[in-house]
Design a protein around this ligand. Structure first.
Ligand code: PLP
Length: 393
């Protein structure tokens, strides 16, 4: 008999992917230029030239060695290159033994949850949050505990987090720069969060892990993105090159267990164990080499910055309310009616594909991914005007 939970996950594509698939069908029907697809977070800038150069060079080397399995945690020189970059960029004592290469942040988070949780534990998330967290937490046999972010800053609400952390809590997941709201957590917020977690660890006499999901670390518009391991010892960083190097389909990222955690060596071993239990074997090997070679390659955020400006200026002129994003490439916009699903459905009549907020754990908002062609944003403004007018007429 099939597993009903797995059937449910397979049968119900995420709202984002469903909207994306609808967009592809609609583009085929009425022409791509007539659909304003703000659904999915696929980077719209090409990967840096060094990615192609590295791949081409690799293809000239011995194919047997090139395509061989790597050790499960990754190639030693790749892990060392990443640890060296963490040391140089953030001034923390990172070692290669605490770096574990993964198939993107998704695998990194699923592995991290499994490594530090037991069945029936609780994992705390800040809402709105990336919908797949729930899938991975529940797959580990744990329960999701949602804590709304502060309004209107969308910083973590430390008091509310303290109120739900108890004897069953294994970890808190944070995501800054944030998908879907674009908030970047300030040093002050992170220090308050760390102080609270340290107090709770003493009170509850158990370790509390901070899983820091960081695929958008490089995508910012001037805000400081503090390095979480330098603020809280028991931090597990889940990093990805999907957005930083525009390689989402290639699946490469890593887990970095802070060397400042007193149990960091043991956690690193449990990370390797969780990767093994989940069947990952090793991260894609050619991409591991690309990651090492491009480890300090700057991300190209100029196009996203320009898109952000055009979109926010356009929507603000039309009277839409939104959260000014400091990072990532999403705009969190207030729906024009309480039911975000109904609002997203109505937007489709104007060929606007925008994601309702319910799948992120809150109602009443929509998410716009502005990692799309600038021209699409410019041409979509009359559609946003018509959508707004449809609520006023
Ligand atoms: N976490 C967040 C907040 C994301 O937005 C995404 C992807 O969009 C992921 C994790 C997964 O990213 P990856 O492609 O690295 O698996």
């Amino acid at each position: 008999m099939i597993n009903e939970t797995m059937y449910g996950l397979g049968d119900e594509p995420s709202v984002i992917r469903e909207l994306f698939a609808y967009g592809l069908a609609r583009k085929a029907e009425i022409g791509a230029e007539n659909v304003y697809d703000y659904s999915i977070g696929n980077p719209s800038v090409p990967a840096p030239a060094l990615v192609k150069e590295t791949l081409l060079e690799m293809l000239e080397t011995d194919p047997v060695a090139l395509h061989a399995y790597s050790p499960s945690a990754g190639l030693p020189d790749v892990r060392e290159a990443i640890a060296a970059s963490i040391r140089e960029r953030y001034g923390v004592p990172a070692t290669a033994g605490h770096v574990y290469m993964t198939a993107g942040a998704a695998a990194a988070i699923a592995i991290s949850i499994a490594a530090v949780s037991h069945r029936d534990d609780e994992v705390v998330v800040v809402s709105p949050y990336f919908p797949e967290y729930r899938t991975w937490i529940e797959a580990a046999g744990c329960t999701v505990v949602e804590v709304p972010a502060c309004q209107p800053s969308f910083q973590p609400d430390v008091e509310a987090l303290a109120a739900v952390i108890g004897p069953k809590t294994s970890a808190v997941i944070i995501n800054s720069p944030n998908n879907p709201v674009g908030a970047v957590y300030t040093r002050e917020s992170l220090e308050a969060l760390a102080a609270m977690l340290r107090e709770k660890e003493v009170e509850l006499d158990r370790p509390l892990y901070l899983i820091s999901d960081e695929p958008y670390r490089e995508i910012t518009y001037g805000a400081e993105v503090p390095y979480v391991p330098s603020i809280y010892g028991r931090t597990i960083v889940c990093y990805s090159y999907s957005k930083a190097l525009s390689l989402p389909g290639e699946r490469i990222g890593y887990v970095y267990v802070s060397d400042l955690a007193d149990d960091g060596d043991a956690v690193s071993v449990a990370i390797a164990g969780a990767g093994r239990a989940l069947g990952y074997v090793c991260a894609p090997v050619m991409l591991q080499r690309v990651a090492a070679r491009c480890v300090n390659e700057p991300s190209d955020v100029a196009a996203y910055a320009e898109n952000r400006r055009i979109l926010t200026e356009g929507l603000s002129a039309l009277g839409y309310e939104y959260v000014e994003p400091d990072g990532a490439f999403y705009l969190w916009v207030k729906a024009l009616e309480d039911d975000a699903n109904a609002f997203s459905e109505r937007a489709k009549q104007f060929e606007l594909l925008i994601v309702p907020s319910d799948s992120f754990g809150v109602g009443g908002w929509v998410r716009l991914s502005y990692c799309i062609a600038r021209d699409t944003i410019e041409r979509s403004m009359p559609a946003f005007a018509a959508l707004k007018a449809s609520y006023e007429g």
